[in-house]
Design a protein around this ligand. Structure first.
Ligand code: BGC
Length: 760
C-alpha cells in the first residue's frame, strides 16, 4: 500500500534544479514575463503564474485563466474573435492584525514552477510586525488527468505571535469579457456576447485549523472568509477545488458537467487529485522527456520547452488548436497560425499521436471556413485562415499600429497562403508516422484533396509555359505582394502531388471511400489531370547555374545589406532600416527558403542545401521567434553542430532570458517546439522514411549524450546516443519489429526485451 501524501510533501518542490524554474522576490519589471513562463496548463485550462494576492489594496489584477476555445468578439468588429479570460478562481487575501499582506511587502518570496509535477508552488514569509510571523506555502495545478479540474492548496503556519488573522478566498474578474447568467456561492455561469459559447464554474472551498474544519464566517457569490486568533505553531490549511466546462452552443448547459467534475474531484480529495495529476504528468514525461548529458543549460531549456508543449495540447477536444502563445497570454488573441502544423506537430506526432490527431481534426472541422475563404477570393478548394480561431474564418486584423505609430495595412490574411500547404504537410507527416488509415479516410484525405485543389486553381499558366503564383507573402513577412515565393510554390507543388497520391491510393485500396468522397467533392479525372499539369509546370525559382532558389521573383535584384554591420542591435531589422528600405532589400524576416530546406530536404540536391543555407542565413534578421530554431535544425542536418547549438541557445533565450521582457504576452510555443525539433530532428538527426526511422546524429561539443523516446506506427522506441563512444542504444519498448537506420545503415530492432547497441 502506498503511504498517503502529507500536505507538507505535496507543497515541497522537486529538488533537482533541472526540473524546476525558481523565481525569487518580486520584480515588477519582469513580472509579466515570469507569469507567462510559470503558466500551468493542461490544454483545456491555462493559468498564468501570477501571485494569488493583490499587489496592493487598490490593485486587484486578476490572475488570467484561459479556457481553450473560449473565443468571443469583444470589440466593435464582430468578425474578430479573441480568447477571453475566465474568472480568476485563485484570489486570496490574508489580513494580519487588520493589515493586509502584499507580495511587495514580503521579506522572502519564492515561486517555483515544478515542471516534473506540472504544479506552481510558492513559499513566502510574512512579518507584519516584529512579534508576528507567518509562513505561507501554496500549490496550484490544473489537472492533467481530469482537464476540467483545478486545485489550490494553501498552508499557513504561524511562527510566532497571537494575532487576529483573516483569510478571504474569492473569484475575481467574474464580469471580465463574459456576460454573467448566474453567480451563486459555489457556482458561476456565463456566456460570450457574440460567439454563442457558455462557461460554467463549479467550486468548493474548505478551511481547517489544526486539522479541524472551520466554517466560513461570511458568504457571498464565489466568496468565503474565515478569521481566527492565531497561536504559535498553529497550522491552517485551505483547499479549493474548481471545475470548468465550456459548451459551444447557448442551447447546451455546461453546469451539470462542471458539477459532476467537481463532485468527482471532491470525492477523490486533494490527495487523489494530486496523485492522478502527477501520474498523468509522469506518463507524459515518459514519452517525451529529452535528457542531455554534459550541458545543464540545454537540459533545462529542453525541460522548459517540453513542459509547455505537454501542457498546450488536449487530445480530447478536436474543436480547438494551439494559439501562438498557447494558453499562457493574450498576444495574438489566442489565434492559431502555421506555428501549430510546422513547429508543434512534429513533437506531438512523435511523442503524443493522440494529441497530434486532435490538432489535425481541428483543421478538418474548420475545413468549411477554409473552403469559404477560397471561394470568397475566387478560387476552388480550401484556403485556410492565416489566423484561425473557433470557426476557421479569417481572423487576421486588417491594420496594426507600426513601431513608428503609423497605421499599417496587414496583408497576411489575404496573401499568406502557404498555410494551406503547411496544414497538408502536417496531415501527411502524421499519417506517414502513425499509419492511422482511419484518420486518412475520415479526415486527412479530404484536407489533402481540398488544399491540393486550391493550389491547382490558384496557380496560373502563363505564356512562358510555367504556372505562377502571384501576389503572396511567404514566411518572410518583410516582403509582401510578391510573385512566385519559392517556399509557397514548392510546398504547393508538393501539396498537389500528395493530393494526387492520396487520390490514387484511395482509388486502389478503398474504392468505395474514394467513390463517395470524389462524388461529394465533385472530383473528376479531368480535374486530377489538370492538377498534374500544374505541378509539372510550377515555377520554383531554382537556378541550376547557381544552385540557389530565388526567394521570390526579383529578390536577387534587391539591395544586399551586410547584416554583420548591425550585430548587437536590440530591435528587429525592419525597425533599424524602416519598412520601405527593408522591403527593397534582401533582408529576410525569418527562415523562408531555409524553412523549405527544413521541410523538404529532398528538393535540395547535393551541395545546393549548404549553398542555399549559407546564402539565406546570412541575410536573415531573425525578426520572428520562429526563425532561429529552423536555422538550427538545418545547420545540424548539414553537420554544423556548433552553429546549431548557437541557434539552440538563441531560441532557448526567447522565453527564458532574465534580461528580456519579450514574453509578457505569453510564451512563444512555436519557438519551444523549435527547441525540441532542433534537438531531436536536428542534432539527434531523426527523420521518417517510408520503411522505418532514420537517425543521423550530429551532436555538438559538450553534449556527451542525448536520450529521448518516440512513437512510430504503434511502436515505442527509446534512443540513447553516446557521443563519447560514438554508440547508440536503441530499445524497442513496445510494438512489432522495425528497421532503424543509423548513419544510413539498416538495423533490425526485433525484440521488445533487448536493447541494440549500434555504432555510427
Ligand atoms: C511570424 C509568423 C508567425 C506569427 C505567430 C509572426 O511574427 O512572422 O510566422 O506565425 O508571428 O507566431
Amino acid at each position: 500500500m502506498t503511504a498517503l501524501k502529507t500536505m507538507a510533501a505535496v507543497l515541497a518542490r522537486t529538488e533537482d534544479p533541472m526540473w524546476i524554474l525558481a523565481v525569487d522576490g518580486f520584480d515588477p519589471m519582469m513580472e509579466s514575463s515570469v507569469e507567462s513562463r510559470c503558466t500551468i496548463s493542461n490544454g483545456f485550462l491555462g493559468v498564468r503564474g501570477a501571485r494569488s494576492t493583490a499587489r496592493c489594496e487598490l490593485c486587484v489584477v486578476p490572475t488570467r485563466t484561459y479556457v481553450a476555445g473560449l473565443f468571443d468578439s469583444p470589440g466593435i468588429k464582430k468578425s474578430a474573435q479573441e480568447l477571453v479570460p475566465a474568472a480568476d478562481w485563485l484570489f486570496i487575501r490574508i489580513v494580519l492584525q487588520g493589515c493586509p499582506c502584499h507580495p511587495g511587502d514580503l521579506p522572502a518570496h519564492r515561486m517555483t514552477l515544478d515542471m516534473r509535477r506540472g504544479a506552481l508552488l510558492s513559499e513566502s514569509h510574512h512579518l507584519s510586525a516584529p512579534d508576528i510571523g507567518l509562513r505561507v506555502r501554496t500549490l496550484r495545478l490544473v489537472s492533467m488527468s481530469e482537464r476540467a479540474v483545478g486545485l489550490q492548496l494553501i498552508q499557513l503556519e504561524v511562527e510566532h505571535g497571537e494575532v487576529d488573522v483573516a483569510f478571504e478566498a474569492s473569484a475575481e474578474g467574474t464580469g471580465l469579457g463574459l456576460a454573467t447568467d448566474r453567480l451563486d456561492q459555489d457556482f458561476g455561469l456565463w456566456h460570450t456576447r457574440d460567439s454563442g459559447k457558455r462557461l460554467a464554474l463549479a467550486t468548493m472551498s474548505s478551511f481547517q485549523i489544526d486539522g479541524q474544519i472551520v466554517q466560513p464566517i461570511s458568504l457571498g457569490p464565489l466568496k468565503w472568509s474565515w478569521s481566527w486568533k492565531s497561536r504559535p505553531g498553529q497550522l491552517a490549511t485551505f483547499e479549493r477545488f474548481v471545475a470548468f466546462e465550456r459548451t459551444d452552443s447557448l442551447e447546451l448547459d455546461p453546469g451539470p458537467k462542471a458539477r459532476d467534475h467537481l463532485r468527482l474531484a471532491q470525492r477523490a480529495g486533494w490527495r487523489g487529485v494530486v496523485t492522478a495529476h502527477e501520474a498523468a504528468w509522469t506518463s507524459r514525461w515518459l514519452c517525451s522527456d529529452v535528457t542531455i548529458g554534459g550541458d545543464m543549460d540545454a537540459q533545462h531549456a529542453l525541460r522548459f520547452a517540453v513542459y509547455h508543449l505537454n501542457g498546450a495540447a488536449n487530445p480530447a477536444d478536436e474543436r480547438v488548436s494551439i494559439g501562438a502563445r498557447a494558453l499562457t497570454g493574450e498576444d495574438y488573441y489566442g489565434h492559431v497560425f502555421w506555428d501549430t502544423e510546422i513547429f508543434l506537430l512534429p513533437f506531438y506526432i512523435l511523442t503524443w499521436p493522440e494529441a497530434a490527431r486532435s490538432l489535425l481534426m481541428y483543421r478538418f472541422h474548420t475545413l468549411d471556413g477554409a473552403r469559404a475563404k477560397a471561394a470568397g477570393m475566387g478560387w476552388r478548394g480550401a484556403l485556410y485562415a492565416w489566423e484561425s480561431a473557433a470557426t476557421g474564418a479569417e481572423m487576421t486584423p486588417e491594420q496594426v499600429i507600426g513601431p513608428d505609430r503609423m497605421v499599417i495595412a496587414v496583408l497576411c490574411g489575404r496573401q499568406e497562403q502557404h498555410i494551406s500547404a503547411d496544414v497538408a504537410y502536417a496531415v501527411w507527416q502524421y499519417w506517414q508516422a502513425t499509419g492511422d488509415d482511419d484518420f486518412l479516410l475520415q479526415a486527412g484525405a479530404e484536407i489533402l484533396l481540398e488544399t491540393g485543389r486550391f493550389w491547382a486553381s490558384r496557380a496560373g499558366l502563363e505564356a512562358d509555359g510555367y504556372c505562377h503564383i502571384r501576389g503572396v507573402i511567404g514566411p518572410d513577412e518583410y516582403h509582401q505582394d510578391i510573385d512566385d515565393n519559392a517556399y509557397t510554390n514548392v510546398m504547393a507543388r508538393w501539396n498537389i502531388r500528395r493530393a494526387l497520391e492520396t487520390a490514387a491510393l484511395l482509388r486502389e485500396r478503398w474504392p468505395a471511400r474514394w467513390n463517395s468522397l470524389a462524388s461529394r467533392l465533385g472530383l473528376a479525372d479531368t480535374e486530377l489531370g489538370q492538377w498534374w499539369n500544374v505541378a509539372e509546370t510550377m515555377k520554383t525559382g531554382f537556378d541550376p547555374e547557381t544552385g540557389l532558389f530565388e526567394q521570390f521573383s526579383g529578390y536577387f535584384d534587391l539591395e544586399d545589406i551586410d547584416l554583420k554591420k548591425y550585430e548587437g542591435r536590440s530591435v528587429p531589422m525592419d525597425v533599424v532600416l524602416g519598412r520601405e528600405r527593408t522591403q527593397s532589400s534582401q533582408v529576410v524576416k525569418q527562415a523562408d527558403v531555409v524553412a523549405l530546406l527544413a521541410l523538404l530536404p529532398e528538393e535540395f540536391e547535393g551541395e545546393t542545401a549548404a549553398k542555399n543555407f549559407r546564402y539565406y542565413s546570412s541575410r536573415c534578421g531573425h525578426g520572428s521567434s520562429l526563425s532561429p530554431a529552423m536555422h538550427g535544425l538545418v545547420a545540424a542536418r548539414l553537420g554544423d553542430a556548433a552553429t546549431a547549438l548557437r541557434f539552440f541557445r538563441q531560441t532557448a533565450g526567447i522565453d527564458l532570458s532574465t534580461t528580456r521582457v519579450g514574453s509578457a504576452g505569453g510564451i512563444h510555443i512555436a519557438a519551444l517546439g523549435g527547441v525540441w525539433m532542433l534537438s531531436v530532428l536536428g542534432l539527434a538527426g531523426l527523420s521518417f522514411r517510408s520503411d522505418g526511422i532514420s537517425i543521423d546524429p550530429h551532436l555538438p561539443a559538450g553534449w556527451d549524450s542525448v536520450a529521448f523516446s518516440f512513437q512510430w506506427r504503434s511502436r515505442r522506441v527509446k534512443i540513447c546516443i553516446d557521443q563519447t563512444e560514438r554508440r547508440l542504444i536503441a530499445t524497442l519498448e513496445a510494438g512489432k519489429p522495425m528497421t532503424l537506420f543509423v548513419g544510413g545503415k539498416p538495423n533490425h530492432l526485433a525484440s521488445t526485451a533487448a536493447a541494440s547497441a549500434i555504432s555510427w
